[in-house]
Write a protein that binds this ligand. Structure first.
Ligand code: FA5
Length: 340
């Protein structure tokens, strides 16, 4: 009987050592230590043995069970370590492989132009202001000296939401809002933002575009300050390679008013299809804040003066980067956008 027990023990040991996975090891364990194991079977027949054999067999079975348990635990440690090593190996990163080409997004060129202009104005001591795109007729027109029925409202064909609410046609309503908020104190702000007009889209016009409004209010402000400021900004933006001209114009909220043109980048000023033959591209409207606008916003127009301007962001960007169609900014072709 003892030799049979030794045979079972050796078989169990061999099976345990043969196990290549934890699963196989559990199967071997259950085979030799489970309820139906050969050792258990012999235990079930103990009744048939005499007292001495019973004692000897009982001791050996316990000893071998203990031994098998220990062998299982030892093998389990070895297999667990092997499995961890295998996993680590399979998940190892080969740092010599070429990296995946991850496409990184970049800021839109119009955002970059705005940031560039903001930097220039911040350097001149301006603050950045904001205003809503869905605007009240009151700020978009009335407070800017454009009462209902004023013929100059037709200069900016508008998207109305209801009779008193519209998509702002320019960033100038921020002038009125800022003056009301500033309650008679001096002002020096720029405000970038989107504006909307029922304009037909072409190479230089879009129904949605961006402006950067500027407003300075204080004492002893003159047209020379306006001209000096805008000339300095354009020199910073374009260097001295482009010509800039100030041309008399009309806006109901400024008096006198000017428009500023920059020489066309495409034809160098001789005239082409982009500049419609005149050699210049209009980039902004500006002027001295109309006394009515100052008075309506609570500023004494006898004491205070101001200048204001509204720069077309797309036009400036076209001039700076030689882009000959405004629609490129909004088609969102990555081949165009990636260039900047
Ligand atoms: C205005 O919008 C005035 N609010 C500007 C102003 C501000 C005058 C403060 C006086 C004082 P205007 O409609 O000209 O002005 O537009 C200003 C600039 O926006 C233009 O010079 C042009 O650069 C740009 N712009 C106008 N319409 C369009 C359009 N449809 N698409 C793209 N850019 C445009």
């Amino acid at each position: 009987m003892i030799s049979k027990l030794i045979e079972i023990r050796d078989q169990a040991r061999a099976k345990i050592l043969e196990a290549k996975t934890i699963q196989e090891l559990y199967e071997a364990k259950s085979l030799y230590l489970g309820k139906k194991s050969p050792l258990q079977e012999i235990l079930g027949k103990m009744r048939e043995f005499n007292a001495d054999t019973k004692k000897e067999v009982g001791q050996k079975i316990n000893e071998f069970k203990d031994m098998i348990e220990k062998e299982v635990a030892k093998r389990q440690e070895v297999l667990a370590l092997a499995e961890v090593n295998k996993k680590l190996e399979s998940e190892a990163i080969d740092v010599t492989l070429p990296a995946k080409n991850i496409k990184v997004g970049n800021l839109h060129i119009l955002t970059k132009t705005i940031e560039e202009l903001e930097e220039i104005f911040l350097g001149m001591g301006y603050n950045i202001a904001e205003g809503p795109e869905v605007e009240e007729d009151l700020y978009n027109f009335e407070m800017l000296n454009l009462p209902k029925g004023h013929p100059a409202r037709d200069m900016q064909d508008s998207f109305y939401i209801n009779p008193s609410l519209l998509l702002r046609t320019h960033t100038s309503p921020v002038q009125a809002r800022t003056m009301l908020e500033s309650k008679g104190k001096p002002i020096k702000i720029v405000c970038p933002g989107k504006v909307y007009r029922r304009d037909d889209d072409d190479a230089t016009h879009s129904h949605q575009f961006m402006q950067l409004e500027g407003l300075v209010v204080g004492e002893n402000i003159s047209m020379a300050d306006l001209k000096g400021t805008l000339s300095a900004v354009f020199e910073e933006m374009f260097g001295d390679g482009r010509k800039v001209r100030f041309r008399p114009s009309y806006f109901p909220f400024t008096e006198p008013s000017v428009e500023v043109d920059v020489s066309c980048f495409k034809c160098g000023g001789v005239g082409c299809n982009l500049c419609k033959g005149n050699g210049w591209i209009e980039v902004l409207g500006a002027g001295m804040v109309h006394p009515n606008v100052l008075d309506m916003a609570g500023y004494d127009s006898k004491k205070y003066q101001g200048f204001a301007f509204g720069i077309g962001i797309e036009r400036i960007t076209m001039l700076k980067h030689g882009i000959d169609d405004i629609r490129n900014f909004y088609i969102n072709d990555p081949r165009f956008l990636r260039q900047f």
